[in-house]
Design a protein around this ligand. Structure first.
Ligand SMILES: [Zn+2]
Length: 84
């Protein structure tokens, strides 16, 4: 027999994401399908730079984009994206 004990804990949840290009606030907690899709389709960029980078030696680049801004960047810059 296993005995369980209830314990109160603090849980951190992601409440929203702000697009770093257009400023749109995307709710992460929602029962609306459109909002759920917007949240799951956000793009999170994270890159650890090395030495000699054009940004900052050993800097960290981090940003979030909504799917619309990601598509705009891809389309306007003619980035050759592979979709599988
Ligand atoms: Zn955006």
């Amino acid at each position: 027999m296993i005995n369980y004990k209830k314990k109160n804990t603090i849980v951190t949840i992601r409440e929203s994401i702000v697009c770093d290009m257009c400023g749109k606030v995307i709710k992460c907690v929602s029962s609306e399908m459109d909002e759920i899709i917007e949240a799951q389709e956000t793009f999170h960029g994270l890159h650890q730079c090395g030495y000699g980078t054009i940004f900052q030696d050993e800097g960290v680049l981090e940003f979030d984009l909504c799917q619309h801004c990601l598509k705009k960047i891809i389309d306007e810059n003619k980035i050759n994206v592979r979709i599988e």
